[in-house]
Ligand binder design. Structure first.
Ligand SMILES: [Zn+2]
Length: 257
Protein backbone atom coordinates (compact mmCIF):
# COMPACT_ATOMS: atom_id res chain seq x y z
CA UNK A 1 0.00 0.00 0.00
CA UNK A 2 1.23 3.48 -0.86
CA UNK A 3 -0.56 5.25 1.94
CA UNK A 4 1.41 5.88 5.10
CA UNK A 5 0.03 4.61 8.39
CA UNK A 6 1.10 5.03 12.02
CA UNK A 7 0.57 2.39 14.69
CA UNK A 8 -0.03 4.69 17.66
CA UNK A 9 -0.11 1.86 20.20
CA UNK A 10 1.83 -1.41 20.08
CA UNK A 11 3.87 -3.40 22.57
CA UNK A 12 6.42 -4.83 20.14
CA UNK A 13 9.00 -5.13 22.93
CA UNK A 14 7.09 -7.91 24.72
CA UNK A 15 8.33 -11.55 24.72
CA UNK A 16 5.70 -12.45 22.08
CA UNK A 17 7.97 -10.77 19.48
CA UNK A 18 11.33 -11.93 20.74
CA UNK A 19 11.84 -14.48 17.96
CA UNK A 20 10.79 -12.49 14.90
CA UNK A 21 10.74 -8.76 15.62
CA UNK A 22 12.75 -7.93 12.47
CA UNK A 23 10.15 -9.69 10.30
CA UNK A 24 7.31 -8.05 12.23
CA UNK A 25 8.73 -4.57 11.56
CA UNK A 26 9.48 -5.43 7.94
CA UNK A 27 5.95 -6.80 7.30
CA UNK A 28 4.49 -3.66 8.81
CA UNK A 29 6.68 -1.40 6.67
CA UNK A 30 5.52 -3.30 3.58
CA UNK A 31 1.97 -2.29 4.55
CA UNK A 32 3.00 1.37 4.74
CA UNK A 33 3.46 1.69 8.49
CA UNK A 34 6.10 4.33 9.07
CA UNK A 35 6.06 4.71 12.86
CA UNK A 36 5.42 2.58 15.92
CA UNK A 37 4.56 4.19 19.25
CA UNK A 38 5.41 1.99 22.22
CA UNK A 39 3.44 2.57 25.43
CA UNK A 40 5.17 1.70 28.69
CA UNK A 41 3.72 -0.74 31.24
CA UNK A 42 6.00 -0.88 34.29
CA UNK A 43 9.64 -1.35 35.33
CA UNK A 44 9.65 -5.09 34.59
CA UNK A 45 9.62 -4.52 30.80
CA UNK A 46 11.33 -1.13 30.63
CA UNK A 47 14.71 -2.39 29.49
CA UNK A 48 13.10 -4.32 26.63
CA UNK A 49 11.14 -1.20 25.66
CA UNK A 50 14.28 0.96 25.52
CA UNK A 51 16.20 -1.76 23.70
CA UNK A 52 13.64 -1.97 20.89
CA UNK A 53 13.47 1.80 20.58
CA UNK A 54 17.26 1.99 20.23
CA UNK A 55 17.25 -0.81 17.66
CA UNK A 56 14.68 1.01 15.46
CA UNK A 57 15.56 4.59 16.22
CA UNK A 58 13.40 7.02 14.25
CA UNK A 59 10.73 4.33 13.73
CA UNK A 60 9.94 3.11 17.25
CA UNK A 61 9.19 5.71 19.92
CA UNK A 62 9.00 4.95 23.63
CA UNK A 63 6.52 6.42 26.05
CA UNK A 64 6.92 6.53 29.82
CA UNK A 65 4.26 5.71 32.40
CA UNK A 66 2.73 3.25 34.83
CA UNK A 67 -0.13 1.10 33.50
CA UNK A 68 -3.18 1.01 35.82
CA UNK A 69 -3.00 -2.81 36.00
CA UNK A 70 0.54 -2.43 37.37
CA UNK A 71 -0.61 -0.12 40.19
CA UNK A 72 -0.12 -2.37 43.22
CA UNK A 73 1.04 -2.01 46.83
CA UNK A 74 4.49 -0.88 45.60
CA UNK A 75 3.10 1.70 43.19
CA UNK A 76 4.96 4.58 44.82
CA UNK A 77 8.29 2.94 43.96
CA UNK A 78 7.12 2.51 40.38
CA UNK A 79 5.91 6.11 40.24
CA UNK A 80 9.26 7.37 41.51
CA UNK A 81 10.96 5.58 38.60
CA UNK A 82 8.52 7.07 36.08
CA UNK A 83 9.19 10.54 37.47
CA UNK A 84 12.95 10.00 37.34
CA UNK A 85 12.86 8.80 33.74
CA UNK A 86 10.68 11.71 32.62
CA UNK A 87 13.31 14.08 33.97
CA UNK A 88 16.18 12.18 32.35
CA UNK A 89 15.39 11.99 28.62
CA UNK A 90 12.69 12.85 26.06
CA UNK A 91 9.67 10.57 25.49
CA UNK A 92 6.90 10.45 22.90
CA UNK A 93 4.21 10.59 25.57
CA UNK A 94 3.04 9.60 29.03
CA UNK A 95 1.34 6.24 28.77
CA UNK A 96 -0.27 4.05 29.17
CA UNK A 97 -1.99 5.51 32.19
CA UNK A 98 -5.59 5.42 33.36
CA UNK A 99 -8.12 3.32 35.23
CA UNK A 100 -8.94 -0.38 35.02
CA UNK A 101 -11.86 -1.54 37.16
CA UNK A 102 -12.19 -4.81 35.24
CA UNK A 103 -9.26 -6.93 36.36
CA UNK A 104 -8.88 -5.89 39.99
CA UNK A 105 -10.59 -3.27 42.15
CA UNK A 106 -8.18 -3.56 45.12
CA UNK A 107 -6.12 -0.50 44.20
CA UNK A 108 -8.75 1.80 42.70
CA UNK A 109 -7.74 4.71 44.94
CA UNK A 110 -4.08 4.25 44.08
CA UNK A 111 -4.96 3.97 40.37
CA UNK A 112 -6.72 7.31 40.62
CA UNK A 113 -3.80 8.95 42.42
CA UNK A 114 -1.34 7.60 39.83
CA UNK A 115 -3.56 8.73 36.95
CA UNK A 116 -3.87 12.29 38.25
CA UNK A 117 -0.16 12.53 39.06
CA UNK A 118 0.93 11.26 35.65
CA UNK A 119 -1.34 13.75 33.88
CA UNK A 120 0.35 16.49 35.91
CA UNK A 121 3.73 15.26 34.72
CA UNK A 122 2.52 15.12 31.10
CA UNK A 123 1.43 18.75 31.38
CA UNK A 124 4.74 19.68 33.00
CA UNK A 125 6.76 18.10 30.19
CA UNK A 126 4.22 19.10 27.49
CA UNK A 127 3.67 15.48 26.45
CA UNK A 128 0.50 13.80 25.17
CA UNK A 129 -1.13 11.15 27.34
CA UNK A 130 -2.27 7.70 26.25
CA UNK A 131 -5.19 6.48 28.34
CA UNK A 132 -6.07 2.89 29.17
CA UNK A 133 -9.68 2.69 30.35
CA UNK A 134 -11.53 -0.51 31.15
CA UNK A 135 -14.95 -0.48 32.85
CA UNK A 136 -13.98 3.05 33.85
CA UNK A 137 -14.77 5.27 30.85
CA UNK A 138 -16.88 7.87 32.63
CA UNK A 139 -14.34 8.21 35.45
CA UNK A 140 -11.47 8.57 32.95
CA UNK A 141 -13.35 11.23 31.00
CA UNK A 142 -14.10 13.12 34.22
CA UNK A 143 -10.42 13.09 35.20
CA UNK A 144 -9.40 14.41 31.77
CA UNK A 145 -12.07 17.12 31.89
CA UNK A 146 -10.76 18.17 35.28
CA UNK A 147 -7.20 18.62 33.93
CA UNK A 148 -8.08 20.07 30.54
CA UNK A 149 -7.36 23.76 30.62
CA UNK A 150 -6.43 23.86 26.94
CA UNK A 151 -2.99 22.25 27.17
CA UNK A 152 -3.71 18.53 27.51
CA UNK A 153 -3.29 16.36 24.40
CA UNK A 154 -3.73 12.64 24.00
CA UNK A 155 -5.55 9.49 23.03
CA UNK A 156 -8.20 7.29 24.58
CA UNK A 157 -6.50 4.07 23.54
CA UNK A 158 -8.69 1.19 22.30
CA UNK A 159 -11.85 3.25 22.42
CA UNK A 160 -14.95 1.03 22.73
CA UNK A 161 -17.47 3.35 24.40
CA UNK A 162 -20.79 4.86 23.43
CA UNK A 163 -21.44 7.78 21.09
CA UNK A 164 -22.09 10.05 24.08
CA UNK A 165 -18.71 9.11 25.59
CA UNK A 166 -16.94 9.56 22.24
CA UNK A 167 -18.53 12.99 21.91
CA UNK A 168 -17.30 14.00 25.36
CA UNK A 169 -13.77 12.85 24.53
CA UNK A 170 -13.78 14.80 21.28
CA UNK A 171 -15.06 17.85 23.17
CA UNK A 172 -12.08 17.63 25.57
CA UNK A 173 -9.77 17.75 22.53
CA UNK A 174 -8.50 14.21 22.91
CA UNK A 175 -8.50 11.57 20.16
CA UNK A 176 -10.10 8.14 19.84
CA UNK A 177 -7.61 5.29 19.37
CA UNK A 178 -9.29 2.77 17.06
CA UNK A 179 -8.09 -0.83 17.01
CA UNK A 180 -9.09 -4.41 16.27
CA UNK A 181 -12.29 -4.28 18.32
CA UNK A 182 -13.85 -2.35 15.42
CA UNK A 183 -13.67 -5.54 13.33
CA UNK A 184 -15.54 -7.63 15.92
CA UNK A 185 -19.15 -8.14 14.86
CA UNK A 186 -20.79 -7.49 18.23
CA UNK A 187 -18.66 -4.55 19.36
CA UNK A 188 -21.19 -1.95 18.17
CA UNK A 189 -18.26 0.35 17.53
CA UNK A 190 -18.91 0.76 13.80
CA UNK A 191 -22.29 2.37 14.50
CA UNK A 192 -20.61 4.83 16.90
CA UNK A 193 -17.77 5.78 14.55
CA UNK A 194 -20.14 6.26 11.63
CA UNK A 195 -21.31 9.47 13.30
CA UNK A 196 -17.84 10.82 14.15
CA UNK A 197 -15.29 12.54 11.88
CA UNK A 198 -11.97 10.91 10.97
CA UNK A 199 -10.34 14.08 12.27
CA UNK A 200 -10.85 12.70 15.80
CA UNK A 201 -9.37 9.23 15.24
CA UNK A 202 -5.99 7.55 15.20
CA UNK A 203 -5.16 3.94 14.37
CA UNK A 204 -3.58 1.38 16.68
CA UNK A 205 -3.12 -2.38 16.97
CA UNK A 206 -2.28 -2.83 20.69
CA UNK A 207 -0.16 -5.73 19.40
CA UNK A 208 0.21 -8.48 20.59
CA UNK A 209 -3.37 -8.08 21.92
CA UNK A 210 -6.81 -7.40 20.37
CA UNK A 211 -6.09 -8.99 16.99
CA UNK A 212 -8.48 -7.84 14.24
CA UNK A 213 -10.59 -10.14 12.07
CA UNK A 214 -9.51 -12.20 10.06
CA UNK A 215 -6.73 -13.15 12.50
CA UNK A 216 -8.70 -12.85 15.73
CA UNK A 217 -7.37 -15.32 18.31
CA UNK A 218 -3.82 -15.24 16.93
CA UNK A 219 -0.99 -12.95 17.97
CA UNK A 220 -1.57 -9.40 16.79
CA UNK A 221 1.13 -7.48 14.91
CA UNK A 222 1.46 -4.01 13.41
CA UNK A 223 0.99 -5.11 9.77
CA UNK A 224 -2.64 -5.94 10.68
CA UNK A 225 -3.24 -2.21 11.06
CA UNK A 226 -4.37 -2.32 7.43
CA UNK A 227 -7.45 -4.40 8.40
CA UNK A 228 -8.41 -1.70 10.86
CA UNK A 229 -7.83 1.05 8.29
CA UNK A 230 -9.91 -0.89 5.74
CA UNK A 231 -12.75 -1.35 8.21
CA UNK A 232 -12.81 2.36 9.10
CA UNK A 233 -12.78 3.21 5.40
CA UNK A 234 -15.83 1.03 4.80
CA UNK A 235 -17.65 2.34 7.88
CA UNK A 236 -17.02 5.95 6.87
CA UNK A 237 -17.49 5.41 3.13
CA UNK A 238 -14.02 6.83 2.41
CA UNK A 239 -11.00 5.50 0.58
CA UNK A 240 -8.28 3.78 2.57
CA UNK A 241 -5.89 6.48 1.32
CA UNK A 242 -8.00 9.17 2.90
CA UNK A 243 -8.24 7.24 6.17
CA UNK A 244 -4.45 6.88 6.13
CA UNK A 245 -3.84 10.52 5.27
CA UNK A 246 -6.09 11.92 7.99
CA UNK A 247 -5.24 9.49 10.81
CA UNK A 248 -1.50 9.81 10.13
CA UNK A 249 -1.77 13.59 10.22
CA UNK A 250 -3.68 13.29 13.51
CA UNK A 251 -0.98 11.07 15.02
CA UNK A 252 1.74 13.51 14.01
CA UNK A 253 -0.29 16.36 15.47
CA UNK A 254 -0.43 14.50 18.80
CA UNK A 255 3.12 13.17 19.01
CA UNK A 256 4.90 15.83 16.96
CA UNK A 257 7.06 15.39 13.90
ZN1 LIG B 1 -1.49 -1.24 25.48
Amino acid sequence: MDAQLIDTHCHLYLPEFKEDIAAVIQNAEKQGIIRFYLPAIDSAVREDLFHLEALYSGKCFAMMGLHPCSVKANYQDEMRLVEEWLGKRPFAGVGEIGLDYYWDKTFINEQNLAFHQQIEWALQYKLPIVIHSRDAMDDCIAVVEQHQKGELKGIFHCFTGSYEQAKKIVDTGLYLGIGGVLTYKNSGLAAVLEKLPLENMVLETDAPYLTPVPFRGKRNESSYLKYIAEKIASVKGKSIEEVARITTANALKIFGN
